[in-house]
Design a protein around this ligand. Structure first.
Ligand code: ARG
Length: 704
C-alpha cells in the first residue's frame, strides 16, 4: 500500500439503475444485479487498496449514483471544487460530498448555481501535474473552466466531447504516468484532437478503437505503473505492457449499465501541486447583441446553434421580446470559447448573421497595412454579400462595393473615412486592411413571419415543382420583369448552353428583342451553340426541329467557331449578314452588352470569348453593376461566379433542372432569391406566355 496516495470511494449500498441520464442507462433500469455489483465493487476496492489508501464516504439512500465518486468534485492540494450536477437526478449528492470534503480538511469551492461541472469525471490532471484537461459538451459547462483555473491556479485545457456515449471526459480519456495518454480520439471534436496532439507527442499517445472504448477501457485507474480497468482487449493490454504498465483487469459489468467503470468509482484526493504551474485564461468571452425579428426569422436559433456547433457556449443575458407581430426583439448573449482562434471563427459567422458587439465596446476596427501587392495581412475579415459597416474613429462607416470573398480597405486619411470591399489581387502596398472581428457589423434584413412564409412557399413550391406552382412563380417573375423594364431598370441574364439545347433560344432572343435584358453573361458555349442553331439549325449536332442527331453534326459547332473567327467577331458576322437571328444576334442588334468568360474546356474559342479570367471577372462585375434582377438560366459555373459578385438585395431567379444547383444558388438567406427547379426551355416558354398575357389587348381594355 502506498500511503501517499489516497482515493475516495463510496460503497454501493444504494446502487441501482433508477433513471436514464446517459445512453448506457437506457434499457437497463433495474437490470443490474445488486449482489454482483457489490462483489465487483469490493473486488475493485481490494485491488486499489493494494496500491493506495482508500477513504470511504457514506452512501446516502435515494442517491444511487453516489458510488461514482469521480463526480464528487475536483481536488488539488487542499482545495476541493464540489460538483454542480447537470441532472437533477444527481444534484442531491452535492451536500454529502461537500460535507465529506469539509470534514476531511479541504477548502471547499462552490460554482454559481446554474453552472454545471461534474468534478473529476470531467477534469483530469496530466499525471506529471503540468496541466488539467477539462471536458465540456454534455455535463460540464465551458464557463466552469475559468473558475477552475482561477481557484486551483492551474492551466486548464478544454476538450469538447461530441459523442454522447462518452459524456464525461473520463469515459474516453485517461492520462497515464510518464506522460502517456490513453484515449479514444473520435469522442472529441477536431479542435480538441489538435490540442491533444500538440500537448502529447505521438509516441506517448495510445489511441484505442471503438471496441475497447465501449468497454470503458479509458475509464481506468492509474497508480504509478498499475492500470486498473474493466476488460481491455488483448492487443490493448499488450500495448500497455510494452510501454511499461501492468494491467489489472477487474470486471465492472454491473456499473457499465449505469455508464461507469473503474475510474468513475474513484476520486483521487491527493493531487500534488507543482509550484511552477499557474492559471491561464482558458476561456475567452464576449458579449454580442442581436436585433430584429429574432424569433420569426429563426436568427436567434441559428445564432445559438452556431455557437454550440462550433464548440462555444453561451448565456443569454437579456432577451427583450417584441410583443407585437411587427415589433422587433433584441438580445444580449455572452459567448465563450476555449480559444481565441475559435472566438474569431465564431464571431465572423455571427457577424454574418447580423450580430454586433455592443457599440460602446469598440471605437475602431483592427487594421494592418498591406506590405506586398495582391497579398492581404493574415487574419483579414472576409466579406459577405450583406451590407457591412465598420467602426472608424467611433463612427459606423458603410462599406462600398459590397461583394463576397473580399477584404475591407479603410481610408481614414481624409475628413470623412471611407471603406470598400477589395479583392485580394487588387490590394496595393500601403492599403489599410481590416483584420480580426472587432467593430464590424452586417445589416441583415431579418424577415417577418409573413415574408418567411412567402419565401418558403415559393421555394418549396419550386422544389416539388407541381406545375401550377411553377406557373405561379413564373407569373410573378413576368410581372416583375415588366415593372423593371417599364421603369428603365436593369436585368442581367446568365445563361448556359442548355438554354439552346432545350429549345429556349428563341424565347431568350425574344426577351432581348423586347427590351427585357440589359446584359448577357455566359461562356463560350452558349454563343457557339446559339450561332450553330441560328445558322445550321442544330445545337451540338442535334436537329432542333426534329430532335434527332444530324449525321456529321458533331462537327457543326467547330465549323461555326471557325467561321466567326474568320469574321473576327460576332458583331462583324452579324453586320455582314452571316447571322440573322438568335440570342447573340439580338444582343448585337439591340446593343445589349455581353461577356463570354472562357474556360479550360472551350473549343476555339470564339474571338469574343475572354480567355483572361481576371479580365472576364472584371467585365462581369462591371456589367452587373446596378442590376435590379438577375436571371440565372442553367449555368452553375457562371451563376455562382455572378452570385459571389452580387451584394444582397438584388433579386435573383435561379432556374435549373438540378435541385441541388437551385438550392446552392438561391440559398442567400434572404427573401430576394427564388429558385425554380424545371427545364429551362419550358421555363422560358412559360415566361414569354405570361409576358404576352400582360400585354394582351384583353388586359389593356380591362385596364383602360
Ligand atoms: N450514471 C452516472 C451518470 O450518468 C454515471 C457516472 C459515471 N461517472 C463518471 N465519472 N464517468 O452520471
Amino acid at each position: 500500500m502506498t500511503d501517499s496516495i489516497r482515493i475516495m470511494m463510496c460503497p454501493p449500498d444504494h446502487y441501482e439503475v433508477d433513471y436514464v441520464i446517459n445512453p448506457w442507462m437506457e434499457g437497463n433500469i433495474h437490470k443490474s444485479s445488486f449482489d454482483r455489483a457489490k462483489e465487483q465493487w469490493y473486488k475493485l476496492y481490494n485491488v486499489i487498496k493494494e496500491h493506495a489508501q482508500v477513504d470511504l464516504v457514506n452512501p446516502a439512500k435515494g442517491w444511487p449514483d453516489m458510488v461514482f465518486t469521480a463526480n464528487a468534485g475536483l481536488v488539488l492540494g487542499d482545495k476541493a471544487i464540489v460538483s454542480r450536477f447537470y441532472h437533477k437526478e444527481r444534484q442531491g449528492e452535492e451536500p454529502y460530498f461537500k460535507e465529506w470534503f469539509e470534514n476531511n480538511g479541504f477548502q471547499v469551492f462552490e460554482l454559481p448555481k446554474d453552472l454545471p461541472f461534474e468534478g473529476a469525471g470531467d477534469a483530469l490532471f496530466d499525471r506529471e501535474g503540468r496541466w488539467l484537461w477539462a471536458g465540456y459538451g454534455f455535463r460540464s459547462e465551458l464557463d466552469s473552466h475559468s473558475y477552475i483555473a482561477d481557484w486551483l491556479d492551474t492551466e486548464v485545457l478544454s476538450l469538447r466531447l461530441i459523442d454522447e456515449r462518452f459524456y464525461h471526459l473520463d469515459t474516453c480519456f485517461c492520462p497515464l504516468a510518464n506522460g502517456y495518454l490513453l484515449y479514444y480520439p473520435p469522442a472529441f471534436d477536431s479542435y480538441s484532437n489538435r490540442l491533444i496532439e500538440m500537448r502529447v507527442p505521438a509516441e506517448k499517445r495510445i489511441a484505442i478503437d471503438e471496441a475497447d472504448a465501449v468497454t470503458f477501457s479509458c475509464n481506468a485507474v492509474n497508480v504509478n505503473n498499475i492500470v486498473i480497468m474493466n476488460h481491455p482487449s488483448e492487443s490493448l493490454k499488450n500495448r500497455l505492457t510494452q510501454v511499461g504498465f501492468t494491467v489489472v483487469e477487474t470486471p465492472l459489468t454491473e456499473f457499465l449499465k449505469a455508464g461507469g467503470a473503474a475510474k468513475c468509482l474513484t476520486l483521487r484526493v491527493t493531487e500534488p501541486i507543482l509550484p511552477d504551474v499557474h492559471a491561464n485564461k482558458p476561456v475567452e468571452s464576449r458579449v454580442i447583441r442581436l436585433e430584429g425579428h429574432l424569433l420569426d426569422s429563426g436568427i436567434m436559433n441559428q445564432a445559438l446553434d452556431l455557437i454550440s456547433e462550433l464548440g462555444g457556449s453561451f448565456k443569454v443575458m437579456n432577451f427583450n421580446l417584441g410583443v407585437e407581430r411587427q415589433s422587433v426583439s433584441n438580445a444580449e448573449v455572452r459567448i465563450s470559447t476555449p480559444s481565441h482562434e475559435l472566438m474569431e471563427d465564431l464571431m465572423t459567422q455571427l457577424i454574418d448573421l447580423g450580430a454586433i458587439a455592443p457599440p460602446q465596446e469598440t471605437c475602431d476596427t483592427n487594421i494592418e497595412v498591406v506590405t506586398k501587392d495582391g497579398v492581404s495581412p493574415d487574419d483579414f475579415y472576409v466579406t459577405t454579400i450583406y451590407p457591412t459597416q465598420v467602426r472608424v474613429k467611433c463612427e459606423w462607416v458603410n462599406v462600398s462595393n459590397q461583394r463576397m470573398d473580399g477584404a475591407i480597405v479603410v481610408d481614414d486619411s481624409g475628413e470623412v473615412a471611407t471603406a470598400r470591399c477589395c479583392l485580394l489581387r487588387d490590394l496595393k502596398v500601403g492599403d489599410k486592411v481590416i483584420v480580426g472581428v472587432d467593430g464590424i457589423r452586417t445589416i441583415r434584413q431579418t424577415e417577418s413571419r409573413e415574408q418567411r412564409n412567402k419565401q418558403e412557399f415559393s421555394f418549396m413550391g419550386a422544389g416539388v415543382s407541381s406545375e401550377r406552382r411553377v406557373e405561379l412563380i413564373v407569373e410573378q417573375i413576368a410581372w416583375e420583369l415588366r415593372q423593371i423594364r417599364d421603369q428603365g431598370g436593369k436585368v442581367v441574364v446568365t445563361a448556359g448552353p442548355v438554354v439552346i439545347h432545350t429549345g429556349g433560344g428563341q424565347h431568350l432572343s425574344k426577351l432581348i428583342r423586347d427590351g427585357y435584358v440589359q446584359a448577357l453573361l455566359g461562356g463560350n458555349a452558349i454563343a457557339v451553340h446559339d450561332i450553330e442553331q441560328s445558322t445550321m439549325g442544330t445545337s451540338l449536332g442535334v436537329d432542333m426541329q426534329r430532335g434527332t442527331p444530324v449525321s456529321g453534326g458533331h462537327r457543326h459547332h467547330l465549323k461555326v467557331i471557325n467561321s466567326i473567327r474568320r469574321y473576327g467577331s460576332i458583331a462583324q458576322a452579324v453586320q455582314e449578314g452571316a447571322i440573322v437571328k438568335g440570342v447573340m444576334y439580338e444582343c448585337v442588334k439591340n446593343n445589349v452588352p455581353f461577356c463570354l468568360a472562357g474556360s479550360i474546356r472551350d473549343d476555339g474559342p470564339l474571338p469574343d470569348t475572354e480567355m483572361d479570367l481576371i479580365k472576364a471577372q472584371t467585365e462581369y462585375a462591371r456589367l452587373l453593376e446596378g442590376a435590379d434582377m438577375i436571371l440565372m438560366l442553367s449555368s452553375m459555373l457562371h451563376s455562382i461566379g455572378v452570385g459571389n459578385m452580387t451584394p444582397a438585395g438584388v433579386k435573383m431567379v435561379c432556374v435549373d433542372i438540378n435541385p441541388a444547383v437551385v438550392t446552392k444558388l438561391s440559398d442567400r438567406g434572404s427573401v430576394e432569391s427564388v429558385g425554380v427547379v424545371t427545364d429551362v426551355g419550358l421555363f422560358l416558354s412559360l415566361l414569354l406566355q405570361q409576358l404576352d398575357k400582360l400585354t394582351s389587348p384583353y388586359l389593356l381594355t380591362v385596364n383602360s
